[in-house]
Structures are given as structure tokens and as C-alpha cells.
Design a protein around this ligand. Sequence first.
Ligand SMILES: NC(=O)c1ccc[n+]([C@@H]2O[C@H](COP(=O)([O-])OP(=O)(O)OC[C@H]3O[C@@H](n4cnc5c(N)ncnc54)[C@H](O)[C@@H]3O)[C@@H](O)[C@H]2O)c1
Ligand SMILES: O=C(O)C(=O)C[C@@H](O)[C@H](O)[C@H](O)COP(=O)(O)O
Ligand SMILES: [Zn+2]
Length: 358
Amino acid sequence: MTSTRITVKGERPYDVVVGTGVLAELPGLLGDEVRTVAVVHPAGLPEISRPVCGAIESAGYSVVALPVPDGERAKSVDVAAELWSAFGRYGVTRSDAVVGVGGGATTDLAGFAAATWLRGVKVVQVPTTLLGMVDAAVGGKTGINTPEGKNLVGSFHPPSGVLCDLATLVSVPRDDYVGGLAEVIKGGFIADPTILLLIEDDPEGARLPEGRHTRALIERKIQVKADVVGADLRESGVRETLNYGHTLAHAIERVEDYRMRHGEAVAIGMVYAAELSHLSGHAPLSLVQRTRDILAAVGLPTAYRHDAWPELRDHMRVDKKNRGTRRRFVILDDVAKVTRLEDPPEELLEEAYRKIAR
Ligand SMILES: NC(=O)c1ccc[n+]([C@@H]2O[C@H](COP(=O)([O-])OP(=O)(O)OC[C@H]3O[C@@H](n4cnc5c(N)ncnc54)[C@H](O)[C@@H]3O)[C@@H](O)[C@H]2O)c1
Ligand SMILES: O=C(O)C(=O)C[C@@H](O)[C@H](O)[C@H](O)COP(=O)(O)O
Ligand SMILES: [Zn+2]
């Protein structure tokens, strides 16, 4: 299988490499100056970290494998502090590097640890879930959660490269894989309508790493993300579009104490954002229906608890897109036509919630 390279532009451009056998590129990305490489990986998945450590070791680097808790539990200040201690103990210097291997939670944490250690060391990301490949590992947004909310502490720290080994996707649990489809579908709604057509053509296949359109979907979504973050790394404009559906999603994740998958929360959040787009007079009703249909077709949720609104409304107040007391939402005029809803009235927000409540 040949590899595809998608370049992310910016101050220091880098490539996202998609294919199999892509770990061969690791030494080239680490370069000659690096001596010690800290490999951050989920503790329970030695089979995905072992080949990465092997590729680094056999290229002559000194490898420090640093296991972290699985999934979202890794994104805490305590786990970040453990990594800082380990970096200190093993002598990770400014000319060394961190490699993040795992799902989006692990790459967010690894990126954050790399961004903050010695004020920033090199990081290479090796995402091993669909969501990690098409979204989390690309674009340099790193972060951890705090008791107040999702990703509230973090930094923009682009990787030197992203290696997506498609073979790793076969062991991803089905629900985690499908969760990643929410971010793929988001890419369709905000920028690339072909993504929606490919999923609508074969929703069953979209749920599988070996699906007919899987590779095209992965590459197209990475291209959407690369285009956006290449133009606006620090989210001063167009990057906000990647947050479509996330205002409610992050509030749901917080209410669920991070036990709901990010992708599932994003799916519900996108139905809410579509309802908001329609109720505010921006998008046609057909956009709301299409959102529900495509998400349901791949098995993603489209509704949430009817009694959760007061809690969700409060959590949405800490969203990063807000400015002072002014609340801001990413909404659509139509597919691939993104706009913002500035300070909508409380009643409108609640009315949109009623449409997705069950
Ligand atoms: N930084 C960004 O721009 C960005 C973008 C989107 C999402 N995110 C973040 O990404 C996270 C969600 O990522 P996710 O969906 O990958 O979840 P995750 O990292 O929790 O991974 C899901 C599960 O799959 C397991 N896993 C990973 N690779 C595997 C493999 N190859 N085989 C078997 N199991 C494997 C993980 O250990 C975990 O249990 C959230 O924290 C979200 O906030 C960040
Ligand atoms: O890369 C971005 O920018 C995104 O918004 C992508 C989102 O899918 C991702 O979940 C991101 O972590 C959310 O960012 P946040 O700044 O709202 O925490
Ligand atoms: Zn997301």
C-alpha cells in the first residue's frame, strides 16, 4: 500500500503520512540531534507501543517508554506532572523528543507534556485511532482537562510529523472507531461535502477500517484539518470552524464525567448546532435532517437526556469561544458554509435543546 503525504503549512510545515509501514519515517523525523526519545503510550496497549519503541531503538536512539492511564483519564494535571518528573529523571533535554502513541487522549497529553517541558521540545505523533488520525494528532492543539471543564489547559504546539499506520486501526474497538466518524462527518459539514456523499453511499462500510471508502474518508478529513490549521494555528479565525458541535459536546462530556466518548458527544453536539443553525434562520431544515440521518446511519447518538439542560447551559459558559459574557457558537448557513452565532438569546438555546432532548 502506498503512503499519502498531506502537508500542514505554517511556520514549520510538517507532513501527515498515511499508509502502512510508515514507522520507517520515524528516525528521519527525529533527526540527528535527538539522543533520548520519551514514548508516551496507554499502559494497556503494549502491542501498539512496542513497534514504535523498536523502530526508534533500532535507529540508535535511547528509548524511555512512559505508560499512562488509558483514554481520557490520561488528560489530567497529575498525569502530566508524572511525565514531567519522568522527563527530568531520564534527562530529556531541549534537543531530545517526545513521541505520542495512541488515541486522541494520549496524543493530546503527550503533546501537552512536550509543549510544557523546558518550554517546548520536539513531538512526533503516532495516532492509532480513527479520531487520532483525522483530528487530534494533527494541528498542534494539545491539552488536559481540569475539574472545571474539557481541555481548559493547553497550548498550541505543532508536531514535527504525524505518522498514521492504517494497520493499527483493525484492533480499535468498534464503538471507538465509530466515535471517530463523528469528526469525519464534522469535516463533511464544515468543508468537504464529498465526505458526506461517501458515507451516505456506504454507511455500513464507513464503520469499518476496511470499508470501501475508508481511506478516502481518512485522507479527506485530514486534508480539511490541514487546510484549516495551516491557515490559522492559534484559532484567531477559521480554526473555530473545527469546533462545530463542540460547545454542547464538551458540556456533555463534563456532565458525563468523561465516560462518554468524545466523538459521541460531538455527534449530539452537531445535531444541536444544526438545530441552532436552523432556528436562528441560517440553515434550511433539510440540513438538520441530513445531520440526524447520517449520524444515525453510522450508529452515532443524536439526542441527550431531557433533564440535563440546566447543567449543560452552565458548563457551556466556560467554552473557549466565549468572549466575556458574550457567548459564541459555530453554526452553518448550509453544508460547507460556516458562520458564527453571536450571543444568542437564552430562549433560543433552550429551544434548540428541546429538539434534541429525549
Ligand atoms: N487536539 C485536538 O485537536 C483534538 C481533536 C479531536 C479530539 N481530541 C481529543 O481526542 C480524544 C479522543 O480521542 P479517541 O477517540 O482516540 O479516544 P482515546 O484516546 O480515549 O482512545 C479510545 C480507546 O481506544 C484505545 N486504543 C487506541 N489505539 C488503539 C488501537 N490501535 N487498538 C486498540 N485500542 C486502541 C485507547 O487506549 C482507548 O481505550 C479526546 O480527549 C478529545 O478531546 C483532540
Ligand atoms: O483542532 C481544533 O481546533 C478543534 O477544535 C478540533 C476538535 O475536534 C477538538 O476536539 C479540539 O480538541 C477541541 O478544542 P477546544 O479548543 O474546544 O478544546
Ligand atoms: Zn473534537
